[in-house]
Design a binder for this molecule. Structure first.
Ligand SMILES: *[C@@H]1O[C@H](CO)[C@@H](O)[C@H](O)[C@H]1NC(C)=O
Ligand SMILES: *[C@@H]1O[C@H](CO)[C@@H](O)[C@H](O)[C@H]1NC(C)=O
Ligand SMILES: *[C@@H]1O[C@H](CO)[C@@H](O)[C@H](O)[C@H]1NC(C)=O
Ligand SMILES: *[C@@H]1O[C@H](CO)[C@@H](O)[C@H](O)[C@H]1NC(C)=O
Length: 226
């Protein structure tokens, strides 16, 4: 009734494809895992800045100290930095976040809240944010959530053109993040306003809007994350 299995092209090709697929996949994850990730975490007023090859489970301070190349950063000598690659921060209170992030430039950010005390509503201003991942240690209803920010007038090709064509208006991304979102009371939400030529004019009631210059020739994408 059942013919004996035979070596046919039909059984041979799928396994060849599978092997090829796995090979590519392994090569791909190998290349990706070789990339250094910046992880900054704070524990009992100590700030550690680490370079990690692997993804470390959120808030596992011991493992991070063991697996990553970390150094202690003194708050007094800390300077606001712009992060060109991805940045992960584990934090327990907003004061450290404000020191590390307020008015800095980060494109790809992952924030993990490792504390338990509820956070107040304060606003962080982040330049250039395109991708945000948020994680709460409290195993509530919302484990990991993310927001990706893009503009309708902007895709990768346009990004390229914008960089190489000085006549175009410069697209500037700016995000305001409500720190109480880490309390996990509701789902992460975001709202973007595009084509904003002047932040002060569009959002006159925004606190400290005076820090944004009005005389420049830029088109802002303003995003509120809450
Ligand atoms: C953390 O280290 C990276 C380099 O690994 C550096 O660019 C960045 O400025 C440091 N951040 C702080 C807050 O020290
Ligand atoms: C960020 O800076 C602004 C302006 O100085 C300030 O009003 C705001 O409270 C800061 N954000 C946080 C989370 O401290
Ligand atoms: C913003 O401007 C671009 C091009 O000028 C246009 O394509 C896009 O629809 C505008 N977006 C909004 C939300 O008005
Ligand atoms: C503003 O941008 C327009 C076109 O994008 C350009 O023609 C103009 O010269 C720029 N103005 C200033 C002051 O940079």
């Amino acid at each position: 009734l059942f013919p004996p299995p035979s070596f046919s092209t039909f059984s041979f090709w799928p396994s060849l494809f599978l092997a090829g697929f796995l090979g590519l996949h392994i090569a791909d994850s190998f290349v990706r895992s070789q990339k250094n990730h910046t992880l900054i975490f704070t524990k009992e007023s100590i700030i550690r800045n680490c370079s990690c090859l692997a993804d470390i489970h959120d808030c596992d301070y011991n493992l991070a100290n063991l697996m990553c190349n970390c150094r202690t950063v003194l708050p007094s000598t800390m300077e606001k930095t712009n992060y060109n690659s991805d940045l992960t921060i584990w934090f327990t209170d907003t004061s450290v976040l404000e020191m590390l992030l307020n008015f800095t430039r980060v494109c790809d950010l992952k924030l993990s809240f490792c504390g338990t005390a509820p956070l107040p509503t304060e606003y962080l201003t982040i330049w250039g944010l395109r991708k945000l991942r948020v994680k709460n240690k409290v195993k509530g209803q919302f484990p990991e959530q993310s927001v990706t920010i893009s503009s309708s007038s902007n895709n990768e090709k346009e990004d390229y053109l914008a960089m190489h064509n000085k006549d175009r208006q410069m697209l500037v991304y700016i995000s305001f993040l409500d720190t109480s979102l880490f309390n996990g009371y509701s789902l992460l939400k975001s709202y973007s306003v595009e084509n904003v030529s002047s932040i002060t004019e569009y959002f006159p009631s925004l606190l400290y809007s005076d820090v944004f210059s009005t005389s420049d020739n830029k088109s802002y994408v303003v995003t509120f994350i809450y």
